[in-house]
Design a protein around this ligand. Structure first.
Ligand SMILES: Cc1cc2nc3c(=O)[nH]c(=O)nc-3n(C[C@H](O)[C@H](O)[C@H](O)COP(=O)(O)OP(=O)(O)OC[C@H]3O[C@@H](n4cnc5c(N)ncnc54)[C@H](O)[C@@H]3O)c2cc1C
Length: 306
């Protein structure tokens, strides 16, 4: 219930203005977001890589409404990738891209062209791109664009959301040789017709999908902070005899850093998803929806009483 309310608030521009201008919001944001500029992103990436972690950088922004914004997003990714290469942070660091930030909602071709330009820049920088998953109305379009991109850039990563009823079938389709697939629970408000609603059903679906990916021929990327699912991932890696370069764990920047370090110390490949940029509001709201215990802390900060 609280999760749905917070996710609905993530689409409210009035609340967005209130939150962005609140005096103490910055402290909360800093827990989950690496900073606002490319330099902040490079600094955070450098620190994580020095600690033996891999990184996927996300330039915050989604639901772009104009072609100019879409082109600006594309160019920001292209220059970020050149900077990562110059700083010798590739291949440890790759980028995660939301097609909605490249104009998917109003011009699919524009989004495809933008994603393709980012794949070219990533390939020149010696690294990869992963296409984030957004709400279910975009899943078919995103997977179609993924398949097209993989013709020339076969390492382009997919993201599948365990809460969607379709995802087991998508896992079977995508568990092919060389196919990089991030499996997450899913972060949007979705109707019962397309998505499991209870935590238990989502977790059970995650395990079924994990089994398909770990027993298949692709490269699974297990994106979760859930201790039980991480333990199941470790178990399946042993069972299916996958070495640390044959799958990876992924966690979000600022979430369970001690677990990130533990997994890396165990010898697993661990990738941290690092968001940066000024448009942090919807991202932050999704993180709060996942962990309502943070909400009280956040509300105090927004009201100036935190
Ligand atoms: C690398 C990465 C990339 C992602 N990409 C996408 C994407 O493209 N599209 C999308 O829809 N979603 C994405 N997500 C978000 C994802 O769908 C979930 O919303 C999010 O990860 C929360 O689910 P969870 O698996 O971590 O488990 P949850 O159900 O949120 O948490 C399960 C358990 O994990 C532990 N835990 C969780 N958070 C904390 C914390 N802060 N501190 C301590 N313990 C904690 C607790 O024990 C908790 O009970 C991504 C997540 C990650 C990690």
């Amino acid at each position: 219930m609280l999760r749905s309310v917070i996710l609905a608030a993530s689409r409210s521009s009035r609340l967005e203005r209130l939150v962005e201008t609140a005096p103490l919001t910055r402290g909360v944001v800093r827990r989950f977001v690496a900073g606002t500029s490319p330099d902040d992103a490079l600094r955070a990436t450098g620190e994580l890589v020095a600690d033996g972690l891999a990184v996927s950088l996300d330039l915050l922004g989604e639901d772009t409404e104009t072609a100019e914004q879409a082109v600006a997003t594309r160019e920001a990714y292209v220059s970020l990738l050149a900077a990562l290469r110059d700083a010798e942070l590739t291949p440890a660091a790759e980028v995660s891209v939301k097609l909605s930030a490249l104009g998917q909602k109003f011009d699919e071709q524009l989004a495809y062209d933008g994603a393709r330009a980012i794949c070219v820049a990533a390939s020149e920088a010696g690294t990869t791109v992963t296409l984030d998953a957004e709400d279910h109305t975009t899943t078919d379009s995103t997977l179609d664009i993924l398949i097209k991109l993989r013709t020339d850039f076969p390492t382009t990563g997919a993201v599948l959301q365990a809460y969607l009823r379709r995802t087991e079938a998508d896992c079977r389709e995508l568990a092919t040789a060389g196919s990089r697939v991030r499996l997450c629970k899913g972060a949007y408000n979705e109707p019962e017709s397309v998505a499991y609603q209870s935590t238990l059903d989502v977790d059970k679906s995650y395990v079924r999908c994990l089994n398909i990916l770990m027993s298949g021929d692709g490269y699974p990327m297990l994106a979760t902070h859930d201790p039980r699912l991480i333990a199941i991932g470790e178990d399946r890696a042993r069972w299916f005899d996958r070495s640390p370069d044959e799958f990876e764990f992924q966690l979000l920047y600022g979430v369970r850093p001690e677990e990130q370090a533990r997994l890396a110390a165990e010898g697993y490949t661990v990738r941290v998803y690092v968001p940066y940029g000024t448009q942090w509001y919807p991202y932050l709201m999704r993180r709060l929806a996942e962990r309502p215990t943070n909400v009280g802390f956040f509300l105090k900060a927004v009201s100036g009483k935190g």
